[in-house]
Design a protein around this ligand. Structure first.
Ligand SMILES: *Cc1c(COP(=O)(O)O)cnc(C)c1O
Length: 400
C-alpha cells in the first residue's frame, strides 16, 4: 500500500501478501510428479479445517463460478426439483446455473440487503415438499449480507431431510467459521481469490458422503468439472487436467501464512476490520445497506448519499489510492462496497476510512475531520476488548 500500489478494498480479488506474490512467479514443475503431490496434499490438509469437514475436497482450475457449476452438475439431474434461495446476485447466479442445466427450479428471492429468514424457509418447505436440493449463499458479496447458514440448514434437515444442501461460500470460507459436517451441509464452494489471499484461478469444492453418493446417479452433463475424476486424481496427488500451477503455489503460500496466524486470529481480524469499517462509514454519514442483524464480516456495503455521483466520489477516492467496488446489477450507482477479507489489516481499513473522510469533506458533505477514523478506532478496540482508558497516560515520561 503506497502511491504506486493502491489499497485494494474490493471483495475479491484480494491483495496478495509478498510471499504469495513471489510464489506465483516460481518455475513450473511436473504436475504429475512428487513435488506437486506433496503440495496438493498439504493444501488439502490445511484447508479442510476451514470447511469443517473430514470429507474429500476437490481443487478445480476455474473461477468461483466454475465451482458453483461443479456443485450443481455433479449432484443433480435434469428435472430435479431445486430450490434456489437468493439474497442477491450470487444467489441468482447459482440458481441460474441449475436452471440452465435443466433443473426444475423454484426461486425464493429475498429483498436485497436482507438475509434469508429460517421461519420463511420452513414455511416454504412445508408447503412445497420434494426438493432434491436447496441452493444457499453463505456470504452474499453483492449486498454484504451473511446468511445464518447453520439455522437455515437445520430447518432444511427438519422439514426435508432428503434435500441436498449446496452452499456458495466463495467469499466467506477462510475468513469466518464454517462447520460443514456439524451443520450437515452437502456441498461447499470457495475460490482462491477471496479469503485465501491468492490470485483467481482455483475453486475448491467440498462434498459430503451423501453428495459423493449422489454423484453416482446424477445425470446433468459434466466432464471438465467432474468431481469424481478430481477425487480419484487427488488420491494420487494429482489433478485430472493440468492445474493452474502458479495459483496452486500461491494458495500453498497463503495457507502457510494462515497456518502461522491461526484460524481464531484470522476470524478475529476479519471481525475487527468489519466492525471498524461499519463504524467508520456510519460516522461519515453513510447509511449501511445490509440488515444490521446479518452484516457480512468480509465486505460492507453503504448507500451512495442522495445527490452524490458515485462515479465522481469513486474517482476521487481512487485518486487517493483506495480502490472500492460499486454496486452490482440493480444496485449499480446505488451502493458502494468495501471489501475486508484475506490479507486485510486494520491499518488498511483506517486508511480507506481516512480517505473516504477526506473525500467526503471535499465533496462538501458535513463531516468533522477525524470523525470516521475515531469511530473506526473505537469499534476496532471494542472488537478486541481493549478499553482505551485502561492504559497508561500517553504523556508519561520514560523511566518515570
Ligand atoms: C466472488 C464470488 C463468486 C465467484 O466469482 P468468480 O468471479 O466466478 O470467481 C461466487 N459467489 C460469491 C458469493 C462470490 O463472492
Amino acid at each position: 500500500m503506497n502511491r504506486f500500489e493502491p489499497n485494494l478494498r474490493i471483495p475479491g480479488p484480494t491483495a496478495l501478501p509478498p510471499s504469495v506474490r513471489e510464489a506465483g512467479g516460481r518455475q513450473m514443475i511436473n504436475h504429475r510428479g512428487p513435488e506437486f503431490a506433496a503440495m496438493l496434499g498439504r493444501i488439502l490438509a490445511r484447508m479442510k479445517p476451514y470447511f469443517g469437514t473430514t470429507s474429500d475436497v476437490a481443487i478445480l482450475s476455474c473461477a468461483g463460478s466454475g465451482g458453483l457449476e461443479a456443485a450443481v452438475v455433479n449432484t443433480l439431474s435434469p428435472g430435479d426439483k431445486v430450490l434456489g434461495v437468493s439474497i442477491g446476485s450470487f444467489g441468482d447466479r447459482i440458481a441460474r446455473i441449475a436452471q440452465v442445466y435443466g433443473a426444475n427450479l423454484t426461486k425464493l428471492s429475498i429483498d436485497w440487503g436482507r438475509a434469508a429468514d429460517p421461519d420463511a424457509l420452513r414455511e416454504h418447505l412445508v408447503e412445497h415438499p420434494g426438493y432434491k436440493a436447496v441452493l444457499l449463499t453463505h456470504n452474499e458479496t453483492s449486498t454484504a449480507v451473511m446468511n445464518p447458514i447453520a439455522e437455515l440448514a437445520a430447518v432444511i434437515h427438519d422439514v426435508q431431510p432428503d434435500a441436498l444442501i449446496i452452499v456458495d461460500s466463495v467469499s466467506g470460507l477462510g475468513a469466518v467459521p464454517f462447520e460443514m459436517d456439524a451443520w450437515g451441509i452437502d456441498v461447499v464452494v470457495t475460490g482462491s481469490q477471496k479469503a485465501w489471499m491468492a490470485a483467481p484461478g482455483l475453486a475448491m469444492v467440498a462434498a459430503s458422503e451423501r453428495a459423493w453418493a449422489a454423484m453416482e446417479t446424477a445425470t446433468m452433463p459434466r466432464f471438465y468439472l467432474d468431481l469424481r475424476k478430481h477425487r480419484e486424481s487427488h488420491a494420487l496427488g494429482q489433478t485430472p487436467w493440468t492445474p493452474a500451477i502458479a495459483v496452486v503455489y500461491q494458495v500453498d503460500a497463503g495457507l502457510e501464512l494462515m497456518e502461522a496466524e491461526g484460524a481464531a486470529a484470522i476470524f478475529a481480524r476479519h471481525e475487527t476490520c468489519a466492525a471498524a469499517t461499519r463504524a467508520g462509514l456510519e460516522a461519515l454519514g453513510f447509511e449501511l445497506f445490509a440488515d444490521p442483524a446479518h452484516y457480512s464480516r468480509t465486505v460492507t456495503a453503504a448507500r451512495v448519499p442522495a445527490g452524490f455521483d458515485w462515479k465522481a466520489i469513486n474517482a476521487a477516492v481512487k485518486g487517493e489510492g483506495v480502490v472500492l467496488a460499486g454496486g452490482q446489477g440493480p444496485l449499480t450507482g446505488q451502493i458502494f462496497r468495501l471489501g475486508h477479507l484475506g490479507s486485510v489489516t486494520l491499518g488498511e481499513i483506517l486508511d480507506a476510512i481516512g480517505v473516504l473522510e477526506q473525500v467526503s469533506i471535499r465533496f462538501e458533505r458535513r463531516v468533522e475531520p477525524g470523525a470516521g477514523i475515531a469511530a473506526a478506532q473505537s469499534a476496532a478496540l471494542e472488537s478486541m476488548s481493549i478499553r482505551p482508558s485502561a492504559g497508561r497516560p500517553a504523556t508519561v515520561a520514560t523511566g518515570a
